[in-house]
Design a protein around this ligand. Structure first.
Ligand SMILES: Cc1cc2nc3c(=O)[nH]c(=O)nc-3n(C[C@H](O)[C@H](O)[C@H](O)COP(=O)(O)OP(=O)(O)OC[C@H]3O[C@@H](n4cnc5c(N)ncnc54)[C@H](O)[C@@H]3O)c2cc1C
Ligand SMILES: *[C@@H]1O[C@H](CO)[C@@H](O)[C@H](O)[C@H]1NC(C)=O
Ligand SMILES: *[C@@H]1O[C@H](CO)[C@@H](O)[C@H](O)[C@H]1NC(C)=O
Ligand SMILES: *[C@@H]1O[C@H](CO)[C@@H](O)[C@H](O)[C@H]1NC(C)=O
Ligand SMILES: *[C@@H]1O[C@H](CO)[C@@H](O)[C@H](O)[C@H]1NC(C)=O
Length: 531
């Protein structure tokens, strides 16, 4: 019998998949230990990393920040390949948080003495929830035991109410002369602006769906948060550069993964072609490929859609037989949401009364019912900010989350240009002057409707926990069941990707670390049998 090398097929050429490939290639394939192949459904590598260009500037459509540089493996690679400097301008967001201008709907510029106490309150509440602070401060007490629904949303609501009780504000007080705003409604709207930023950080459409306990279990790397001058894709290219041509195959969309949960009399796979590999991958183009190990790195959204489409021939990413129930339940419980970026290029004929566009924080009434003849559509009402991607850039950026992010994907560019121009102009218009802010170009990401992503990143929804991420990460077949029966090939399906990392989910470094974890799992497996 001809001995065949074990064949490992990685599904997805994003951060997780390419990290697995890079590690396995360097530590195993080069020594001739196994065959390796990466299949990617899209026409490019990178997945949720997609560095692009807009208005002459380098921008990121997906992953943007290195969230804390100290100890970050992504930062380490960026340094090694000299990606942190560039001659060409990029989305560096300098001065991002310095001197924001906060303007309320109808053009009232809000003084920091009004905004700052609410911003501080919000930050203190989040720092407390994330375990970075032992108390919220200023005598604000929240009875956590009485917190029946343990979501971040309900915690924040209680925090604001407790603040008001302490300040004993009068609801009807109107000391500002800000038209239809009074102090309480303004404070509420400033607080909501911060909640909306939090929605874009977490991808939770509703913070009442975001688990409170999980906030303190999430781990952030310390240090500065920075963007990558040569683009996030430079990290991806560096990981892929060790792989010889042909290892990564593009435009291969996986339809079904056929696996062997039980040992069938010692005969695995298709006996007619003498193929003894346990797993068979069927692609949408009708071709198939056999493997001993498959590393699945598709997004949690793709896994959810596969489960949902289980009985639908046209839906992608099904397992045959289906995933075990405990795994289906964990995937279903976990949260996965949509976040999109909107880039706008300012027209040269800017008429703002100031020489360049500021870091603008926007305070909206919650719904347009509160405003007569509002020209501001609902999908803009929860946008927290609009700011240049670097100090003197003509390219402005806003982040969208949840329903608004999905709506944005469906709108034609002309509608977006028109409605955003109207909204932003109204923010700079006062009784004395009519401002006009015009944009002549727009670029938006569309992660929610793309069948290869189905959204942006994962979060711990209420009713789930990080234990569910561990469950998603467990390889199949489940060794606790099959150890005794033996004979069934081990590690047929492994899982990596952002949503399988219990403390760094939702990030590029989470995806990277999950890839290292699964590569090591396979390397260890083979060292045991001493190849
Ligand atoms: C708008 C946005 C902003 C973000 N900002 C940040 C940030 O600032 N910092 C940060 O750290 N992270 C950020 N992230 C998250 C980060 O991008 C992801 O966590 C990370 O890139 C995920 O990598 P992955 O390998 O797990 O998944 P992916 O990148 O999704 O890789 C999976 C791959 O599988 C492929 N695939 C899917 N279905 C199939 C199929 N049926 N057959 C074959 N292939 C398939 C996909 O095309 C994809 O290439 C952001 C994400 C988005 C969308
Ligand atoms: C990547 O960005 C480009 C814009 O430069 C866009 O055309 C393309 O659709 C993006 N890909 C994905 C998967 O978002
Ligand atoms: C099957 O899935 C496709 C694509 O996701 C969808 O358009 C179609 O309506 C689904 N059909 C059924 C019967 O659910
Ligand atoms: C601003 O626009 C309104 C309506 O178009 C107009 O009535 C008003 O005179 C304008 N004000 C100034 C200062 O141009
Ligand atoms: C394995 O399967 C059992 C029973 O099906 C399940 O309870 C368990 O959570 C699974 N995972 C592990 C690691 O045992």
């Amino acid at each position: 019998m001809v001995t065949q090398k074990p064949r490992i097929v990685i599904i997805g050429a994003g951060m997780a998949g390419l990290t697995v490939a890079n590690k396995l290639y360097k530590s195993g394939v080069k020594k001739g230990a196994f065959e390796l192949c990466v299949v990617e459904g899209g026409n490019r590598i990178g997945g949720r990393i997609n560095t692009s260009e807009f208005g002459g500037d380098r921008i990121e459509m997906g992953a943007t920040w290195i969230h804390g540089i100290e100890g970050s493996p992504i930062h380490k690679i960026a340094q090694e390949i000299n990606s942190l400097e560039s001659e060409q301008p990029w989305e560096c967001m300098d001065g991002f948080l310095d001197d924001p201008i906060t303007i309320a709907e109808n053009g009232y510029v809000l003084h920091p003495s009004l905004v700052d106490p609410i911003s501080n309150l919000f930050n203190n509440l989040m720092n407390f929830a994330q375990g970075k602070k032992k108390s919220i401060g200023d005598g604000i007490g929240i009875d956590k035991c009485g917190n029946g629904d343990s979501s971040v949303g309900s915690f924040l609501k209680k925090g604001l109410e407790s603040y008001w009780k302490l300040e004993s504000r009068k609801e009807t007080e109107d000391v500002f002369g800000c038209g239809d705003w009074n102090r309480k409604s303004l404070e509420e709207a400033i607080f909501a602006m911060h909640e909306n930023t939090q929605r874009t950080y977490t991808a939770a459409n509703d913070l009442h769906n975001l688990d409170y306990l999980a906030e303190s279990e999430y781990v952030m790397f310390p240090g500065e948060e920075i963007t990558i001058a040569k683009g996030y894709s430079s990290i991806i290219e560096s990981l892929a550069s060790v792989l010889p041509p042909g290892v990564v195959q593009l435009n291969k969309k996986v339809d079904t993964i056929e696996w062997q949960p039980e040992c069938v009399m010692g005969i695995m796979g298709n006996k007619h072609d003498g193929n003894s590999r346990a797993v068979k991958i069927h692609f949408l183009d009708g071709t198939s490929m056999s493997a001993d190990h498959v590393v699945v790195t598709v997004s949690l959204g793709v896994l959810k859609a596969g489960i949902f489409n289980h009985n639908n021939d046209s839906g992608m990413f099904k397992f045959k037989p289906p995933l075990p129930n405990y795994k289906i339940e964990a995937i279903s419980r976990l949260g996965y949401g949509v976040v999109n970026k909107l880039f706008l290029k300012l027209s040269p004929d800017l008429n703002l009364g100031i020489d360049r566009f500021p870091f603008l924080q926007m305070v909206f009434h919650e719904s347009d019912h509160q405003v007569k003849n509002s020209k501001i559509p609902w999908w803009i009402r929860r946008t927290a900010s609009l700011s240049p991607i670097y100090e003197k850039s003509n390219v402005l950026l806003s982040w969208f989350a949840g329903e608004e992010a999905l709506k944005l994907e469906s709108l034609p560019d002309e509608v977006i240009l028109d409605e955003v121009s109207t909204t932003i102009s109204s923010f700079f218009s006062h009784k004395e002057s009519n401002a006009s802010v015009k944009f002549d170009k727009v670029l938006k990401s569309q992660w929610g409707s793309d069948p290869l992503f189905m959204g942006s990143y994962s979060y711990i929804a209420t009713g789930s926990s990080i234990a569910d991420m561990d469950t998603v990460a467990e390889p199949l077949p489940n060794t606790s069941v099959f150890e005794s029966t033996s004979g069934s090939p081990q590690l047929q399906i492994l899982f990596a990707g952002e949503a399988t990392h219990r403390t760094h989910y939702s990030t590029t470094h989470g995806a990277y670390l999950s890839g290292i974890r699964e590569a090591n799992r396979l390397l260890q497996h083979y060292h045991c049998i001493d190849i």
